[in-house]
Design a protein around this ligand. Sequence first.
Ligand code: IPE
Ligand code: IPE
Ligand code: MG
Length: 252
Amino acid sequence: MATPPKTASGRDQAVPRHVAIVMDGNGRWAKRRFMPRVFGHKYGMETVVRVIDDCARRGIEYLTVYAFSSENWKRPDEEVSGLMNLVLVGVSKYLTRLAKDGIRIKVMGDRTVVSEKVRQAWNEAEELTKNNPGLTLTVAFNYGGRWDIVQACKRALADGVAPDALSEDALSRYMALAHAPDPDLFIRTGGEVRVSNFLLWQVAYSEFYFTDCLWPDFDAAEMDKAIAAFASRERRFGGVPAAAPSNEASSA
Ligand code: IPE
Ligand code: IPE
Ligand code: MG
C-alpha cells in the first residue's frame, strides 16, 4: 500500500493538525480502585505527559487539553486544592523535560482568580517554552467557552473595534486559541457525550470522537482508534461531497 503523503511537520495527511481533548473520567477511575478522586487526577496528569509525547511523535502540531473548567470550582475544596497543587507538581516535575523536547506551552483561561503560585507556575511554563519549535500544548485552566467569547468581545471593544469592523475573523483574533487553527479532532474520554463548556467557538467544524475509556487509561492504542475514526470522516464544511470520478464526459 502506498504511504500517505506527509506534511512539512512530518504528519501524515490522515492525522489531524490540531487535537483537543476533554480529559474526563479521573474520578471514576480512582473510585474503581477505592481511592480518593485526587489519586485519579494524579494518574491523569501522567497520562497527559505520555499523550503529549505521543502526539509530538505523530507530527500533530497542536494539542489542547481541558484541565480545569470554569465550573469545576463547584467541586469539594479538597479536590479543587488537589488539582491546583497538581499544577505545581506537574510544572516542577515535567517542565524542564518538555521544554528540552521543544514543546511550546500556552495556558488559556481566567488566570486572575487562581492563586499567585499557580499563576507563576503557568507564567514560567509559557516563558520558558515560548520560542520552542515543536508541538504547541495549550492547557485550558479555569477555562470556559462562554468566558472565552465574552473576554474576546471585551478586548475587542477595549481596542476600539467598531461594530462594522467586527467580523468572525476579527473576533477570532481575540479568542484564547488565536495562536492555533481550529481543532480538527475533538476527543472526549470518560463516556459522557457533551461539550461541558469547552471550545464553543472553535469546534464549529471539528470532528467529534467520544470514548468510554477513562482518561488515566488513555494510551497510544486509544489515540490510534480516535485518529482512525477521524481519517474515516468526510469533512465537507457545508459543501457537497467530493466528486467521485465521473464518466459523464465520455457517455455524453
Ligand atoms: C476530569 O475527570 C478531570 C477534571 C475535571 C479535572 P473527572 O474528575 O471529571 O472524573 P469523573 O468524570 O468524575 O470520573
Ligand atoms: C469537563 O469534565 C471538564 C474537564 C475535563 C476539565 P467535567 O467532569 O467537569 O464535566 P461534566 O460535569 O461531566 O459535564
Ligand atoms: Mg467528569
